[in-house]
Write a protein that binds this ligand. Sequence first.
Ligand code: ARG
Length: 375
Amino acid sequence: MDLFSMSLKSVEDHWNRLKNASSTSFLKRNMTELIFKELKDKRTFFNGTLLDCIKGGCVNLDSGCGIYASDPEAYDVFSGIFFPVIKDYHKVGTVSHPNPDFGDIDNLGFGDLDPSGRYISSTRVRVGRSQAGFPFHPTAKLHDRVELESRAMEALQAFSGELEGTYYPLSEMSSTKQKELTEEHYLFLQENRFLGDAHVYDEWPVGRGIFYNPDKTFLVWVNEEDHFRFISMQQGSDLEAVYKRLVLALRSVEEKSSVKFAHHPQLGYLTYCPSNLGTTLRASVHINIPCLASQPYFHEFLEKHHLQVRGVNGVHTEMVGDVYDISNKRRLGMTEIQIVREMIVGVQAVLAEEQRLDGSLTKSDGVQFEGNIAA
Ligand code: ARG
């Protein structure tokens, strides 16, 4: 945080700064003087304030979203700003979400996205979950964090088979181990200013930890941005195996532990950041698509297929070579199975376009055509 931001104290100071600055965040686009006045003195059951929700977005003018929920109730108490932001971010006319539907996991028929193994190096599906009845970072007390972690551990210990693993509390992890896991991109860091200014690192590392199975194909982040992030991943492109593993893990938590996931009738599963509401699901592949990526219509092409692109090291990171992290853009207003199917269709279109371009470029370059137009 810069010195100027540190001098901001009240919610008025923060809003005035954002109001008079240039920012393209969803918060800035949707907050008005009228909404601000209406909300500035409200409080949630956990004593969450408007400042708790918008601080990060007022400090970091380059925020994408710029607003977080102080606690689950904030979405209703401060609905005057959250609902417009949610509509705008998720591009929905009305805020509503269907009941969860993960599909028939024994008859998914996804197939392998890239059997040649030429384009997709790894596949990942993650969801966020909150524990019902508990606050989020800005309003969490030390005892909440401890209790959240102990309930999480109960759920993690109940995993069986492929999901079985070990929980490592961050406070007890050696710096060598932290470094090793970070370099392999399994562990979250404490270095994102958007999250830091939004209270995510308060009382760090209390209550935080990571769980994973020996193959590191199933991981759980505890009390990072969300109470839980469940992550299923593996090398290659067998999305069906990755997705199924994740669904089985969620079922295990619901059936074999006392953890209850926070769920809202209009917003689906509740997460700290409004960008993740609904299914909270992000299904992604690391994909090498040099031809398509160099086209001026690359981003438009992804948009059309409801896909999003990121750097391979997570949100707000840069590209590494020609490998991109491509994932579903939509999360709210559709079921889990619909979203994953939409992502599959999109990735298939990306692969077909890459192969088409690769074929024509290779031919016109006079280089021997290797028959890239594989099914
Ligand atoms: N707070 C960041 C922003 O507003 C990130 C938003 C989405 N990412 C996240 N981790 N919730 O740009």
